[in-house]
Ligand binder design. Structure first.
Ligand code: ADP
Ligand code: MG
Length: 695
């Protein structure tokens, strides 16, 4: 890739932290671990909240359980050996006396608190056995005749172990002082500044005046915050657009539609594609015919039939003599795709091959050889597809399924690796869960979007019920009844722990318990620790109806398709996000029978948990649920863990600043005309961790 280093303005702000007073290698290391590498990063490290220490309260006017500033004289200080050793100082002002108590203290501290010395203290006032007390107040010694005029609210910074508030304050003060010498350029046009220049906004937020509107600040809605959030959103948006431009600057093979093959595929199907599927198939067909790389996001609710759309795209590329790679997030899903594609395309002489991390060495060697020679036309797999030694002969199209599991950068790395003699492959990205418009604007601005907004006919909406785990037996009976009716059921075990081992154990013991409770049923078990062949065998048996109840971990979350399954029980659904629950639930309601989803929750539920589960009961609409999820959990979670790294904003918070997105787009368009400004803006906000900056 060609890297042209943009002319960067060298200023003091981009200097390393060690240029500041009090920062040695040790502190610099801690700060760096925390993501603060340069002076500039300190400026964007904004307080979480503020304390009002501007007013001194007389001791006589203090109220218990409030925070207050007092100015006092020490009368006596002693070490007291009670239940715990403590340093106790009696202090007074003209109006009364109070006790300061320290459980951790140094000899120097004891010596400083001599009778007669003056202190300014800040802390929480409580009522103790000797009247009013403060435990571990923050305090400073006042010199003879010194009076402090605190004219700002005191910032409380987000922090990590080993960096105290005072350290943050001193560091940020130094960084702010440097602004006088080297103010960063104001990059946002004034009409988008919300009344604040960059420097003014930073100064304000690090040290707001005493009359600042605290509630507005707390909510992230102060104009100074809006200005910074907007600037950040603009930067991210532009970064994605730049990325898109970079991607479009290369050529892809033109793959015009091959009508006959297409007709053959559709005629062999047991159903007719929906109007939405046909529309989207046509959009993709037109993209593929161009030499410009396709960069398309395909959104469609669970069960809307994205796989068929992918098969049509694959067929078009293959009929033009090119290879296709399909990447899925799990082995189970990859195997299922292989089966589906095989069923649809084998009649056309196309036999897909599976490649995952667990493929045996010999099979792997053969697959790689067939890929390199071009004999193999359609490869399905997990991210093992894009390991260094996988070489394609003529790769024309990459399809990424269930995109929310892969980040932007993974996606890029993938197509870059796959680019060969035949140019950059076209890209089709399919999301399992609809992405709220707001998120797609920031996370997928580099992609065109197609939506399947229609489910195949005859689908029954899934009825969702919430049942307290105390009534588990009733649910077990329900499973028995559904299976006695010739239906099949899933029982999903969830665990918060990421550990495969623990999840597998939980599922194993549940399977055992259910097998004992339901001796007439054939119970299967599937989890991430099984070998690929074992997973395949279990899924095949369930699909064939040989197993009636499938106990599973969330490995079945995405894509698994067994239309006869009409009941799903999810244990501890309160542990999962809405998108994940919606995905899981999407495993039922695929056939003609009325389907049910039982959310077997553990009470008591938190307020947030209650709201989330209620949203599941209210709606089967993935778009609605995605919006709710965003409001209740925030963008990082909605986009999936892997995506979070790409989406970590310093200041913007999409659940608070959603209304700024349209403005971000307008401002971005205006800004993009000036390449230098744009590059600087992207660098400022997305920094080194993004490759966007290397335009
Ligand atoms: P998703 O969009 O969640 O990936 P799938 O592609 O797995 O959905 O499709 C779900 C099920 O619907 C599959 O069994 C598929 O064969 C079937 N299907 C797809 N399109 C149609 C259609 N137009 N009519 C009926 N069934 C369809
Ligand atoms: Mg799917």
């Amino acid at each position: 890739m060609c890297r042209r280093v943009p002319a960067v303005v060298i200023d003091v702000l981009t200097q390393p932290l060690q240029s500041l007073r009090g920062v040695g290698p040790k502190l610099a290391g801690k700060l760096s671990d925390y993501g603060v590498h340069r002076v500039e990063d300190l400026l964007f490290h904004l307080p979480l909240r503020y304390q009002d220490r501007t007013r001194v309260t007389a001791i006589a006017a203090l109220q218990a359980n409030t925070d207050a500033v007092i100015e006092v004289e020490v009368r006596a200080a002693d070490i007291v050996f009670g239940r715990r050793r403590s340093l106790v100082a009696r202090v007074q002002d003209g109006s009364g006396t109070l006790t300061l108590r320290f459980f951790h203290f140094s000899a120097a501290q004891k010596n400083n608190l001599r009778a007669g010395s003056r202190l300014r203290c800040y802390g929480n006032v409580r009522r103790g056995c000797s009247g009013l007390e403060m435990y571990h107040p923050e305090y400073r010694q006042l010199e003879e005749g010194e009076s402090v005029n605190e004219d700002r609210l005191t910032p409380i910074y987000p922090t990590t172990t080993g960096i105290g508030q005072n350290q943050w304050r001193k560091l940020c003060e130094q960084a702010l002082a440097l602004l006088q010498r080297a103010a960063p350029q104001d990059l946002l046009p004034p009409q988008h500044a919300h009344g604040f220049g960059l420097v003014a906004a930073l100064r304000y937020l690090h040290n707001p005046p005493p009359d600042a509107p605290l509630e507005q600040l707390q909510a992230g809605r102060h104009p100074a915050q809006l200005r910074l959030a907007l600037e950040e959103l603009v930067a991210h948006h532009l970064a994605l657009l730049r990325l898109r431009e970079q991607q479009l600057s290369v050529q892809s093979p033109a793959l015009p539609p091959q009508e006959q093959a297409q007709r053959q595929l559709l005629q062999a199907l047991p159903f007719r594609p929906t109007a939405a599927q046909r529309r989207v198939i046509a959009e993709i067909a037109a993209d593929l015919a161009r030499r410009q790389p396709m960069l398309r996001l395909l959104q469609g609710d669970v069960g809307s039939g994205k796989t068929l759309v992918a098969a049509c795209a694959a067929l078009q590329a293959i009929s033009n003599g090119y290879q296709v790679a399909i990447m899925a997030p799990t082995e189970i899903l990859a195997e299922q795709h292989r089966q589906n594609f095989s069923g649809w395309l084998a009649g056309l002489g196309i036999e897909p091959v599976l490649l995952t991390g667990k493929t045996r060495a010999k099979a792997r060697r053969e697959t790689l050889a067939a890929l390199a020679s071009g004999d193999l036309q359609l490869l399905v797999g997990t991210h093992a597809l894009f390991q260094a030694d996988v070489e394609f002969h003529r790769l024309g199209l990459v399809i990424v399924d269930e995109q929310h599991r892969f980040g932007v950068h993974q996606r890029l790395a993938l197509t870059e690796k796959a680019s060969g003699r035949s140019g950059r492959p076209h890209q089709l990205v399919m999301t399992a869960t609809p992405i709220p418009r707001t998120l797609s604007m920031v996370a997928y601005a580099d992609l065109d979007c197609s939506v399947i907004d229609e489910l195949p006919p005859g689908r029954q909406p899934v009825t969702t019920v919430l049942i307290d785990a105390a009534r588990r037996e009733q649910v077990v009976e329900r499973v028995a009844a559904a299976c006695a009716d010739g239906r099949q059921a899933y029982w999903v075990c969830t665990l918060v722990e990421e550990s495969d081992v623990l999840q597998a154990q939980a599922a194993e013991s549940t399977a055992q318990e259910l097998a004992e409770a339901l001796p007439e049923l054939r119970v299967g078990l599937i989890h991430g620790r099984l070998k690929a062949a074992e997973k395949e065998a279990v899924m095949a048996a369930f699909k064939a109806g040989e197993l009636q109840l499938l106990v599973a971990t969330t490995v079945i979350e995405v894509g698994v398709d067994v239309p006869n399954a009409s009941l799903m029980v999810i244990e501890n659904p309160e542990r999962l996000g809405l998108a994940q629950l919606h995905q899981l639930r999407g495993r039922v309601g695929r056939g003609q029978a009325a389907s049910h989803c039982v959310l077997l929750y553990q009470s008591p539920l938190s307020q947030n948990g209650r709201e989330r589960l209620a949203a599941m009961r209210e709606s089967n609409d993935g778009f609605y649920i995605a919006e709710k999820d965003l409001a209740l959990r925030g963008p990082g979670e909605v986009l999936g863990t892997r995506q979070t790294g790409d989406m970590s904003f310093r200041i913007a918070d999409l659940s608070v600043h959603e209304d700024l997105l349209d403005e971000a787009r307008t401002a971005g368009e205006a800004l993009a005309r000036d390449r230098h400004t744009e590059a600087e803006l992207i660098r400022r906000w997305t920094g080194e961790k993004q490759r966007f900056a290397s335009v």
